[in-house]
Design a protein around this ligand. Structure first.
Ligand code: ADP
Ligand code: ZN
Length: 737
C-alpha cells in the first residue's frame, strides 16, 4: 500500500488501466479492484464503479490488491468532480472503523453524506458591469446599469438583475451584446464570507491570557496534544478557544468547533460573527440540503475556514485541519446511539491526532474519562478559576423536602415559592428546573390501576397536555389522549401522576398569578428556529419565571436570572446507572451556573430528600476535585471505565425467546474473551428492553485496560449466525452501564 505524504505527489496517481482498490459505501467487507479509467485517477478520488448491474459510489483507497486477474477487472466508470479524499481522512475512517468495530463502508458513508456529491459543479451565469457602453441608452437600460453599479459586488443572475431593475430579461441580454454588461460563468456554491482572524479579540484576564498563550505556543510549535480546558460556566472558556481558532486561521488552517445542542447555537454564531466579522459554516441536521452541499464543497476546497457543527461534522473533508474544539465535552449527545456507535469526543481526539491538529476539550464539569486522562498526564490541563467580571458563582443551598408538607400534586416548596416571589418583585428572573418533559411521567387508570404504556416499547407513554397527546419518549409513538382506559375501558378515570414541566407550569401559574411564565422544553417547539427565538425573547426579559428541562442547562445567557430552583435534585440519582452520580453532578452544576452570570449574584436552591447524599453534598460545596476523586476511586475499585474497558453487545429481534437464547449462547461461549481476563455479564434486558417492537438483550463485557478487546469481541460475536431479523450491535464504551 502506498502511503504518500501529500496527495499531489505523482505516485498518488494511477494511470489508465492500472489496477486500483476502491472502497464503496455498499455493505461489503473490503475494497474491490478495478482498472483506473481513461485519463487515470488520483488516490482518494471519488469514483463511480460498476457493482453487479448497479453503479455505486466509491473512493480510490490504494493500489489494486491483485486478487483478481487483471484481465477480469472492470474499469472505473468515471471520476467524480470532487476534491479527492485526503490520506488523513482515509486513515481516520480506518482507525475509527477498527475502534468501533464498524465495517469500513459504513464509516465511509458518514464521510460521503454530501448532497449532490460527484455531480458536476453546477455553474450559472452571473452579470456584471462591462467595459463597453450601450449603442443606445434608454431608461430601462439606465436602470440595469445602475443596479449593476450599485450591487456589483454580488454575483447576480439574469433574473435577479432584471427584477431589481424592473425590466425584462431581454433588456439585460441586449446590453450584453453591446458589451456594457458582462456575462460570466460562476460556480453555484458561493464561498463563505471571509473570517478575519486579525480583528482584535476581547482583552483577556490573567487566567484566560495564560491559557490562551499556552494554546498559542503549542499551536506555533506544532505540539498537538489534547488539552482539557476546564473552567466554571462564564469563566471565558469560549473566549479562550476562539483565540485558538484565530490562531489556526492565521496559520491558514481550518477550525472545527463541535457543540452538543447545535440547534441552539445562534448565540454562538453571533458571537463568532462579532469576533471575526462573519458567520462560520454550520453543519448539523437542521441545515438545508443546498447549504449542506455548499458547506461540504467549501470545506473540501479548503475555503470554509471554520465549521460549527454537531458530531457528524467530524467526518467533513477538511483540507488542512488545524484545530478541533469539543465544547461541553462531557455531554451525552456526543455519543451516537443509532447506526454507527461512536463517541464524537473520542473520535475528535483521534481525528485531531491524525490530522496534526490541536484538540481542545472544554467543560465546566469534564467527563470522568477526560478528567482521568488529564490526571494521568495524557492530556494537558488548562484551568480558568473564576467567572469573568463581577459575576460570582451562585450560592448553593439545599432544601430538605422531608419536612415539607406539600399537598399532593404540588412540588414547589414554601421556601422556593418565597424566593421566586422576591425575584419577581425585583424584576429579576427565576428558573425552575425539572428534567422531565411533558405534563406527567405516568398516566394511570384509577379504576383498574393500569399504567398506559407504549405499544412498541417498554416505556410509559407521557402525557403532553399542550399537544393533547400521549407520547413515547423512546420511539416517538404519539396518540390522542384516550377518554377511556385502554385496559378496562372505564371512562374518565385516567389520572396524571408525577410532575412534568408542563404541570409544573400550571402550579407556578397558580402560585404566581401575576408572573409571565415560559416553558422551555424541546417538544413544545415546531422548529429549532422557534426555540431559538423563544430563548432570545426570554433572555431579553420576556418572562419572569422560566420552567425548563435540561435544554436550559446548556450554555445560554440569561442576564436577569438570579434564582435557580431545582425541583427534584434526586431525580438523576435513581436507577442502577453507574454514571448517574456523574451526570447529576454535571447537570446540577450547569443549571446552577445559569444564575448570576451578569452583575446580580445568584442563588441555587436544590430540593432534595437526601441532603446527606455524597453527590448532593459535593454539588453543594462545589468541591469538584473531591467529587471526581471519590468517583474515580469507586470506578477503579470496580474495574470500570476509565480504569477498565467496557463494551456492550446488544442483541435484538422480534422474537424475545430467540434473542435471549442467542445471548445465552454467547455468554456460555466466551473463551476468547476469558483468555484476555475479560468477564461477560448477562444476558439481561437492555436498558431499553423493547424498542419499536424489537426485543433487546444486552451482554456487558468488562476487560482490563490495555487488552486488545476489539479483535476478541469480533471473534466472539462472529461465533453466531444471525438468522431472520436477529441483529447484533457492539457498543464500545457504552454510555450507561
Ligand atoms: P464559558 O465559555 O466559560 O461559559 P464565556 O467565554 O462564554 O465563558 O464567557 C462568559 C461571558 O463573559 C461572555 O459573555 C463573555 O463574552 C464574557 N467574557 C469572558 N471573558 C471576557 C473578557 N476577557 N473580556 C470581556 N468579556 C469577557
Ligand atoms: Zn415507544
Amino acid at each position: 500500500r502506498k502511503t504518500p505524504e501529500h496527495p499531489s505527489l505523482p505516485q498518488d496517481f494511477f494511470d489508465t488501466g492500472e489496477p486500483v482498490a476502491v472502497m464503496t459505501t455498499q455493505p461489503l467487507d473490503r475494497a474491490l479492484d478495478y482498472r483506473a479509467p481513461e485519463g487515470g485517477c488520483p488516490l482518494g478520488a471519488f469514483v463511480e464503479v460498476p457493482l453487479g448491474p448497479r453503479k455505486v459510489l466509491g473512493v480510490v483507497w490504494g493500489p489494486g490488491q491483485g486478487d483478481v486477474p487483471l484481465a477480469k477487472l472492470r474499469p472505473v466508470n468515471r471520476v467524480l468532480d470532487a476534491v479527492p479524499m485526503r490520506d488523513e481522512l482515509r486513515s481516520f475512517l480506518e482507525r475509527a472503523a477498527d475502534y468501533t468495530l464498524t465495517p469500513l463502508p459504513a464509516m465511509l458513508r458518514l464521510a460521503t453524506r454530501a448532497p449532490g456529491l460527484g455531480e458536476p459543479v453546477s455553474m450559472r451565469k452571473i452579470y456584471r458591469r462591462g467595459e463597453g457602453e450601450p449603442d443606445r441608452m434608454t431608461d430601462a437600460r439606465r436602470r440595469v446599469l445602475d443596479v449593476l453599479e450599485e450591487m456589483g459586488g454580488l454575483a447576480l443572475t439574469l433574473g435577479e438583475v432584471a427584477s431589481s431593475a424592473g425590466v425584462t430579461n431581454q433588456v439585460v441580454k441586449g446590453l450584453v451584446k453591446s458589451g456594457a454588461v458582462h456575462e460570466e460563468e460562476s460556480p453555484r456554491d458561493t464561498p463563505f464570507p471571509h473570517l478575519d482572524p486579525t480583528l482584535p479579540g476581547k482583552e483577556l484576564t490573567g487566567d484566560q491570557a495564560k491559557a490562551s498563550e499556552a494554546l498559542r505556543a503549542a499551536q506555533a510549535e506544532g505540539r498537538y496534544r489534547t488539552v482539557l480546558l476546564k473552567g466554571v460556566t462564564g469563566s471565558g472558556k469560549t473566549e479562550v478557544y476562539l483565540e485558538a481558532v484565530a490562531q489556526a486561521l492565521r496559520q491558514g488552517r481550518q477550525a472545527l468547533v463541535l457543540l452538543p445542542e447545535i440547534a441552539l447555537s445562534s448565540e454562538f454564531l453571533t458571537r463568532v460573527e462579532k469576533r471575526f466579522g462573519a458567520r462560520p459554516a454550520e453543519w448539523h441536521s437542521g441545515v438545508t440540503t443546498t447549504e449542506r452541499r455548499r458547506v461540504w464543497q467549501m470545506v473540501a476546497q479548503g475555503r470554509a475556514q471554520m465549521v460549527v457543527g454537531a458530531r457528524s461534522a467530524l467526518f467533513l473533508p477538511f483540507q488542512h485541519l488545524g484545530l478541533v474544539v469539543v465544547d461541553e465535552e462531557h455531554d451525552n449527545s456526543y455519543k451516537q446511539e443509532d447506526g454507527v456507535l461512536y463517541n464524537a469526543r473520542d473520535m475528535a481526539v483521534l481525528r485531531g491526532a491524525i490530522a496534526g491538529a490541536q484538540v481542545v476539550l472544554a467543560s465546566a464539569t469534564p467527563s470522568l474519562e477526560t478528567w482521568a486522562n488529564a490526571e494521568a498526564g495524557k492530556y494537558d490541563r488548562l484551568t480558568l478559576t473564576a467567572r469573568f467580571g463581577p459575576a460570582v458563582l451562585p450560592e448553593m443551598r439545599t432544601h430538605d423536602m422531608r419536612g415539607e408538607d406539600l399537598p399532593s400534586n404540588r412540588w414547589i416548596s414554601g421556601e422556593l415559592a418565597g424566593s421566586v416571589r422576591e425575584r419577581i418583585g425585583r424584576g429579576e428572573q427565576a428558573l425552575l428546573f425539572l428534567n422531565r418533559r411533558g405534563y406527567a411521567p405516568v398516566t394511570i387508570c384509577r379504576a383498574c390501576g393500569h399504567q398506559v404504556g407504549c405499544p412498541h416499547c417498554d416505556a410509559r407513554l407521557v402525557e403532553h397536555r399542550f399537544l393533547k397527546r400521549l407520547v413515547c419518549h423512546q420511539c416517538g409513538e404519539s396518540q390522542p389522549m384516550p377518554e377511556a382506559c385502554p385496559s378496562c375501558g372505564v371512562e374518565d378515570k385516567l389520572a396524571a401522576v408525577g410532575p412534568g414541566v408542563e404541570r409544573l407550569a400550571e402550579e407556578a401559574q397558580e402560585l404566581f398569578p401575576e408572573a409571565r411564565i415560559a416553558v422551555l422544553s424541546s417538544d413544545l417547539f415546531g422548529s429549532a428556529r422557534e426555540l431559538k427565538a423563544q430563548i432570545e425573547a426570554i433572555a431579553a426579559g420576556g418572562a419572569d419565571v422560566i420552567i425548563g428541562t435540561q435544554l436550559v442547562a446548556k450554555g445560554h445567557n440569561f442576564p436577569k436570572l438570579t434564582l435557580v430552583g431545582v425541583i427534584d435534585a434526586d431525580l438523576g440519582l435513581q436507577g442502577s446507572d453507574l454514571r448517574a452520580a456523574e451526570r447529576t453532578f454535571q447537570l446540577m452544576r450547569q443549571v446552577a451556573g445559569r444564575a448570576g452570570r451578569a452583575e446580580a449574584p445568584g442563588v441555587a436552591l436544590l430540593q432534595t430528600y437526601q441532603p446527606e447524599h455524597p453527590v448532593i453534598r459535593a454539588i453543594l460545596h462545589g468541591d469538584e476535585e473531591a467529587f471526581w476523586a471519590a468517583e474515580a476511586e469507586g470506578r477503579r475499585a470496580a474495574g470500570m471505565p476509565p480504569y477498565g474497558r467496557l463494551a456492550a453487545v446488544i442483541l435484538s429481534g422480534s422474537d424475545a425467546a430467540q434473542v435471549f437464547d442467542l445471548g445465552t449462547y454467547l455468554a456460555r461461549n466466551d473463551g476468547v474473551l476469558r483468555r484476555l481476563g475479560a468477564q461477560v455479564y448477562g444476558p439481561a434486558p437492555a436498558p431499553i428492553a423493547r424498542v419499536r417492537g424489537r426485543h433487546r438483550v444486552r451482554l456487558l463485557v468488562k476487560a482490563p485496560k490495555g487488552v486488545a478487546l476489539q479483535s476478541a469481541l469480533a471473534a466472539w460475536a462472529g461465533q453466531v449466525k444471525l438468522k431472520g431479523d436477529l441483529r447484533l450491535a457492539i457498543d464500545i464504551d457504552p454510555q450507561s452501564f
